[in-house]
Design a protein around this ligand. Structure first.
Ligand code: FAD
Length: 265
């Protein structure tokens, strides 16, 4: 089986986020980055699938040079191949532009049976890229997957469990399929020292718009049908008020305040 995993670098959750307000984009250059946490579950599921059903894992990421870090991590975790999809023309792509580039990469890899994505990224957080890739390529979209029950590669079938409101749904679908996984589907392993050392020496191959046969007018800022028109940063929280005194007095003050604020009657 040929398995592709789409992985992305995101700002470190501990990092101070800076915005380019006029452009409506994150200032990504100066931010420390980490692998998108949901993609760690996606990659682990690819490893488990390879262990259970054989095959090769190809990891891809669309992004600037920093995206090499997440691909190197995939190599350290024994991905068979990795590719970074990068071109000045891709900058400013919205989700459909991103999905178009990733879909072109998947097409170029060829004969792919299964694509793993995270449920969402922790920066853009739209949660639509996996479904868009499936739509572009005409593959089965399997979202919110919490378990892979069975894969029948010979008959091109997959059975998965999906989390839905109040329960679980069991779905059978045709391969190729795009599976976006939820947190907790597995326990992602960490790369070992030998894997990290080996991966550090490998040059990450890149594919640009021409390599991927992408019409540059259909991606990037110019080709994106959605545009961020405004960004607002939440105001900093005001200082809290510390109440001191006997518990009963403090409770009365809090009650009065909550009544004044119309939180309680
Ligand atoms: C109008 C607009 C303009 C934007 N401009 C820029 C910009 O200038 N620069 C910029 O860096 N970003 C930009 N973005 C954000 C960028 O397009 C998103 O990161 C991208 O569309 C993915 O969306 P998401 O993060 O919400 O992914 P989600 O749909 O939440 O991600 C789901 C899964 O898709 C896969 N995935 C998503 N993105 C990638 C990727 N790049 N490579 C590999 N796998 C991926 C991962 O498996 C991920 O878990 C823009 C977004 C919008 C809407």
């Amino acid at each position: 089986m040929k398995i592709v995993v789409c992985i992305k670098q995101v700002p470190d959750t501990e990092a101070e986020i800076k915005w380019d307000i006029p452009k409506g984009t994150l200032k990504r250059d100066s931010i420390d980055t980490i692998p998108n946490p949901f993609d760690e579950f996606a990659f682990e599921e690819a490893l488990l699938t390879r262990e259970n059903y054989d095959g090769d894992i190809v990891a891809i990421s669309m992004g600037p040079e920093k995206a090499n870090d997440v691909l190197r991590n995939a190599l350290a975790l024994t991905a068979n191949e990795v590719y970074r999809l990068t071109d000045d023309a891709f900058a400013g792509s919205d989700t459909f532009g991103t999905a178009s580039v990733l879909a072109a990469g998947i097409k170029k890899i060829g004969d792919v049976d299964l694509i793993f994505c995270g449920k969402q990224s922790t920066d853009g957080s739209t949660g639509v890229v996996g479904a868009e890739i499936a739509s572009i390529l005409g593959y089965s979209p399997l979202t919110y997957v919490s378990k892979i029950r069975q894969i029948d590669a010979a008959n091109k079938k997959i059975v998965v469990e999906r989390v839905i409101e109040g329960g679980t749904e069991v779905v059978e679908a045709k391969l190729p399929a795009v599976v976006s996984v939820i947190k907790g589907i597995n326990e992602p392993r960490l790369p070992n020292l030998m894997g990290i050392r080996k991966a550090a020496k490998i040059e990450i191959p890149q594919w640009n718009a021409d390599d991927l046969g992408i019409d540059k007018g259909k991606v990037g800022t110019a080709g994106s049908s959605t545009k961020v028109v405004e960004i607002t940063v939440p105001p900093p929280r005001g200082a809290g008020e510390i109440l001191k005194g006997e518990i009963e007095d403090v409770a009365n003050i809090v009650t009065d305040k909550l009544i004044d604020m119309k939180v309680i009657k």
